[in-house]
Structure formats: structure tokens, C-alpha cells
Write a protein that binds this ligand. Structure first.
Ligand code: SAM
Length: 494
């Protein structure tokens, strides 16, 4: 046993899944409603709890309620006396997210994870922020150390790797190679970055060349000149021997041993650690399946993202675009046989919601976009003119409601049927001014479910690993959510 802490029991994960499912059940219509229909289908009356409807009535109420939402992570929130029913709603939903009172102790904090790894722990020492934005820099420093720690634990465990050199890390969905190059550069572990997109691979290689020139200065800046690994790296300029890239679609037929032999011909690697930073849609779940189905992959560290691109087994997505999922077929949710047995479905809007970030929205006091209101108002126009309900406008740039309508109507080819004077549109907007402010509060109320849905997706993945028999499977909060919203990693060792 490498990790020095007691893993959460499978029964407990199931109980937490049950608790969330029970909480979400009566709210699924709310979570999956379309903002487009906000006015025409009276969402406020239909979905918002009555005690909230009773206290929020005016434009000023709505504006102040938004302040309450945005302050929910601030110290003064506990004692905030404004709109108790709104506050109670916020408090209640927050219980059902990782770290909340109903889902406690399942995800490890980064400190707990490091503490648990004891002697296998690797920290970041290199000060090297070049060629990355602040978000990527944060992710890469933390995730590279986590992967290096996992590899070290794999060497000391019961697996087949006797030395760190025996392990090859495969970065699934390598992108520009931010994480993979850092694992190689800082921790001296060999990494094969695999991405199905040729342009990404080529960019990763170009970035590597630029990165190499920055190493000597970074080593000096970090006072690591005495460190043997970094001294050799600077002297021999040999980062290419540690990090290589492959353009290849990872699927269930990918033979990792052959791939490794092709790119690291002298390495003779037989043990793999599969990592992935922001493996979008189905790629995350498919990486977990690869981990299970391939005995040579003894460790995994996976951070998912873009839940909206994931395909669900028990729901038919009306806007599903098969070309988007071509790279990563199969179902991404549910993964556990526990939720599969219940034919549990989230729905497209729920998955869209799960990809949002409350922490960031609150930190930036993000006002929901005016365009949500414009689209809901346009639906009023469409209905009055007998247009069909399901027009999809998509994203567009506009400076106000009138321009929004003009551009939408043009895009949908409706210029003949939907003629309406600018003054009438402005009058409509003025008539609904209070409801448009209310719509923003509705959006924030609904957004409270975002981390709850993400929690269910993550617990389902954790449960899958447990069901496959991997008791050393953990959820770890690797990143600061305001900096990097998809902040949880699934880390497992066979
Ligand atoms: C969201 S990006 C993340 C990139 C990188 N890991 C990062 O954090 O910057 C996901 C990447 O996965 C790649 N990808 C998606 N499905 C893949 C598959 N089945 N095999 C290999 N690469 C895949 C995409 O081309 C894309 O570069």
C-alpha cells in the first residue's frame, strides 16, 4: 500500500451518489430547461421556489440578489441577512457538491494528497512560467508534480516497474504539450504526448524547441544549478530524449507498447502511466476504460472537461452532432454499473451547466449575458408571428436588442416573415425590462446546480474505478477553481 490514508469505501460513494440523485430528481426539469423559453414558458413561476418568488419582486431586488450570489464564497456570506430564502437555496445546493456536508471527505485536498504520498511525493521546484498563461502555468506545475508522484509510487509499489526509467507516461490529448513537457523537463520522466490533431503535435514540437532555450535561465532563477538532473539537462540539452510527440488517435485498438517502442526505441517500456489534462467529452471516460482494459497501464491521472461533448447512454440528444464525437465514441455517462442499472440520465443542458464555474463567476461578479434575455425576447416575437419554437440562433455579436433581432432573423432566413420596426422592438424590451433582470437571477439560481452535476459525474467515474476493483482510486482537488475551474483529478494506481 503506497498511499498513507484510508480510501473512501465504495458503499460510501454509492450513498453519496444516491443522495445527489435524490436531490437532483425533482430539479431535473429546472436544470434542463432552455433559457430561450424563459419568458414564453414562464420559467420563474414554474421552477423558482415560492419563498424566493415572494421576496424577489422588483428590479432592485433582482440586482441585490445577484450580489448575494456573487458573495457566496466570501467570509461575510454566513452572516448576510439579505433574502433568507435565497440564501437558504444557495446553502442547500452547496451541500451536494464535493466538499459540501453531504459529500464530505470523498475528494482529497492537494495537501492531503501530498501528505498521503509521504516519501513518494514530488513537488515543483522549477520557476518557469514562460510560454504559458497563468491558468496553464498553475495547472502544469501542480499536475506534473502529481503525475511524477504517482510514477514514483508505482515504482515502489507491487507493480512491474522497478525503476522510474521503466515507466513511460502517455499524455492523452497532449495539445501543445504543456503538461507532458513539464513532466519530462522538471521530473526527468519520459513522456509520449499523443494527440489526434496533427497541428497540435506540430505546435507542441515547435514549443519544445522554444522551451529548450529557456531552460538554463529558469534553472538559474530557481537556484537548481547544483541539482544533477537539471545540470545534465542544461549541459546535454537533451529534452528530446525525454519528451516525444505522436499524432495518433487514442482508441481501444491503440497498442501502447508498440507506440512506445516506435517513439522510444531503446526504452523497452512495459509499464505506463496514462495522464490527461482536460480530456474533453468522452476522452476522459475512455481513458479510464483504457486504464482498466490494459494491464500495462498501472497508473492514471485524469482531469476531464467539456462535459457537454460527452455522450450519454440514456438520453437522446436532440442537437447531437456525431462528427463532434467521432474521435471518442461510446458513452461517457454513466460509467458506473450502479448508475447504469438505474438508466440514469443527466440531459444536454445539465451537462452544459456542469461545465460552468460558479467560483469564477462569483470571483469576477459575472453578470449573465444580456443576450440570454435578447434570445428569450426574440422567442416572444417568434411566437407572436407563428414561427416555430425550435429556431437555433447560435452565438452572434451585437450591440443591443435591435441588432440582435436583425442579425438573428437574417441568419435564420426569416426576413420575409418577421418584419418588425425598431421602435416596436425597443418598446418590447422596455416592457420586459424587469423580467430581463429577473432572468439573470434565474440563471444564477440554476447555476447553483452546476457543481452538483459535476460532482455526480466525477463520483460516477470514481465509482467505475472502484467497481473495476481499483481500491486505490481517488478524487483529488488539484487546482484552484478560480484559476482553473475543472480542478478535480481522478488518480488511481493498480
Ligand atoms: C482540451 S484539449 C487539452 C489539451 C492539453 N492537454 C492541455 O491541457 O492544454 C484536448 C485535446 O485532446 C485531443 N484529443 C481528443 N480526443 C483524442 C483522442 N481520442 N486521441 C488523441 N487525442 C485526442 C484534442 O485534439 C485536443 O488537443
Amino acid at each position: 500500500m503506497i498511499f498513507r490514508f484510508k480510501p473512501v469505501a465504495m458503499e460510501r460513494i454509492r450513498q453519496q451518489v444516491d443522495t445527489i440523485v435524490r436531490f437532483l430528481a425533482p430539479n431535473m426539469e429546472f436544470v434542463n430547461c432552455h433559457m430561450v423559453d424563459y419568458l414564453t414558458e414562464q420559467h420563474w413561476k414554474r421552477f423558482v421556489p415560492e419563498p424566493i418568488q415572494e421576496v424577489l419582486r422588483t428590479g432592485d431586488d433582482y440586482r441585490e440578489a445577484k450580489e448575494l450570489f456573487w458573495s457566496q464564497f466570501e467570509p461575510g456570506f454566513e452572516s448576510d441577512g439579505r433574502y433568507p430564502s435565497v440564501k437558504a437555496f444557495i446553502d442547500n445546493t452547496r451541500q451536494y457538491r464535493l466538499g459540501g456536508s453531504k459529500v464530505q471527505d470523498t475528494a482529497l485536498t492537494l495537501d492531503e494528497f501530498k501528505e498521503a504520498l509521504s516519501d513518494h511525493r514530488k513537488d515543483t521546484r522549477l520557476k518557469m512560467t514562460e510560454l504559458m498563461n497563468v491558468k496553464k502555468c498553475h495547472e502544469v506545475e501542480v499536475a506534473a508534480a502529481a503525475v511524477a508522484s504517482l510514477c514514483t509510487a508505482m515504482v515502489s509499489g507491487t507493480g512491474s516497474a522497478a525503476r522510474l526509467e521503466d515507466i513511460l507516461v502517455i499524455d492523452a490529448g497532449d495539445g501543445k504539450g504543456y503538461l507532458s513537457s513539464r513532466i519530462a523537463l522538471e521530473h526527468g520522466i519520459k513522456v509520449l504526448g499523443v494527440d489526434c490533431n496533427e497541428e497540435n503535435t506540430s505546435n507542441a514540437e515547435k514549443r519544445l524547441e522554444r522551451l529548450k532555450n529557456k531552460i538554463p535561465k529558469a534553472v538559474r532563477k530557481s537556484n537548481l544549478e547544483e541539482d544533477e538532473h537539471f545540470t545534465n539537462l542544461v549541459r546535454e540539452n537533451n529534452l528530446n530524449t525525454l519528451y516525444r510527440t505522436a499524432t495518433q488517435l487514442i482508441d481501444f485498438n491503440t497498442n501502447l507498447i508498440e507506440l512506445a517502442a516506435e517513439y522510444f526505441p531503446t526504452g523497452n517500456h512495459s509499464t505506463f502511466c496514462l495522464c490527461g489534462l482536460h480530456t474533453c467529452g468522452n476522452l476522459g471516460p475512455n481513458c479510464l476504460r483504457l486504464f482498466h482494459e490494459n494491464p500495462t497501464i498501472e497508473g492514471i491521472c485524469n482531469v476531464g472537461c467539456c462535459y457537454h461533448l460527452m455522450q450519454e447512454q440514456f438520453v437522446v440528444d436532440e442537437f447531437y452532432n456525431p462528427t463532434k464525437a467521432a474521435d471518442n465514441p461510446g458513452y461517457g455517462f454513466p460509467m458506473s454499473s450502479y448508475l447504469q442499472g438505474r438508466s440514469f440520465a443527466l440531459g444536454r443542458n445539465a451537462r452544459n451547466l456542469a461545465a460552468e464555474s460558479i467560483e469564477r463567476a462569483c470571483a469576477n461578479r459575472e453578470n449573465p449575458s444580456d443576450k440570454l434575455g435578447y434570445r428569450a425576447l426574440l422567442q416572444v416575437v417568434f411566437l407572436e408571428r407563428g414561427e416555430k419554437k425550435s429556431h437555433q440562433v447560435g452565438r452572434l455579436k451585437c450591440g443591443g436588442f435591435v441588432e440582435y433581432v436583425r442579425k438573428s432573423v437574417r441568419r435564420l432566413g426569416l426576413t420575409e416573415g418577421v418584419t418588425i420596426a425598431d421602435e416596436c422592438l425597443l418598446e418590447l424590451q422596455a416592457r420586459f425590462a424587469v423580467e430581463l433582470e429577473q432572468l439573470k437571477v434565474f440563471y444564477l439560481l440554476r447555476q447553483q446546480f452546476a457543481p452538483v452535476i459535476e460532482t455526480l459525474i466525477l463520483l460516477d467515474r470514481l465509482l467505475y474505478l472502484w467497481e473495476c476493483g481499483y481500491e486505490r482510486s481517488f478524487l483529488v482537488k488539484l487546482f484552484e477553481p478560480v484559476v482553473s475551474p475543472r480542478c478535480y483529478a481522478l488518480i488511481a494506481q493498480k
